[in-house]
Every structure is written in C-alpha cells, then in structure tokens.
Design a protein around this ligand. Structure first.
Ligand SMILES: [Zn+2]
Ligand SMILES: [Zn+2]
Length: 117
C-alpha cells in the first residue's frame, strides 16, 4: 500500500505519483503546477512550440532610400535606390556602365552646419 504522505496528485493528469517523481512547473509569476515527470516534459515541449515562427511572413520590406551617387570615372551623377542596390540589381553608373568608381554623395543636411562631406 502506498504511503499517502509520500505521494502527490499531478495537477495535470491527476495521476498519483511519488514525491521524487513530482516536478514543479512554473504556471505564472507566483504559482507552480505540481505535475508528474511526464507532464512536466510535455509542458516543456508545449512551451517550446509556442515560439512564434511567423516573423518571416511579417518581415517588412526595406523602405526605398534613394542615394545620390557620383561616378568619378565620367563625372556622372545619378540616384539609386540604396535599399535595393546589391540585392535586386547591381549598382552601376548608367552612363558608362561601370561600378568601380562610384561614390556616394552625401547630401548636406540643413541645420547641421560645418559638417564636411
Ligand atoms: Zn501528469
Ligand atoms: Zn560613369
């Protein structure tokens, strides 16, 4: 006959288990589930499965960022979408078609005097 003092009832599956097979599983801030080892494992698995995996779907597209470029090869200035450059197309000078002499032209921001570009 089982000694009732050394057993607990699993709060999840209601199985009577020995004290050394009882686990405490955090339920909320100050409360714990008193569960058997099986239920503890299942709860852990269930919690692990709750990690959201839908982030990829809701990932925002980068906003377009048109950056001024200057081709020092032919001194041609043009604008390109910096967020797409290197991803959907290879940045190149539309005039000479080369990409090796391109420089970003940082526009002077109003209100910030004295900043050298
Ligand atoms: Zn259980
Ligand atoms: Zn060029």
């Amino acid at each position: 006959m089982m000694d009732i003092r050394k057993t607990r009832t699993c709060e999840r599956c209601k199985a009577v288990v020995l004290l050394d097979q009882v686990r405490l599983y955090p339920k909320s801030d100050n409360k714990n589930f008193l569960v058997c080892t099986n239920c503890c494992e299942e709860l852990k698995k269930a919690r692990a499965g709750q990690i959201p995996t839908t982030d990829l779907k809701t990932k925002k597209l980068l906003p377009s960022a048109f950056i001024k470029y200057s081709c020092t090869r032919c001194n041609y200035n043009f604008k390109a979408d910096d967020s797409k450059a290197g991803l959907t197309y290879n940045l190149h000078c539309p005039y000479c078609g080369k990409a090796d002499r391109l420089q970003k032209v940082l526009s002077k921001r109003p209100g910030v005097p004295g900043v050298k570009v």
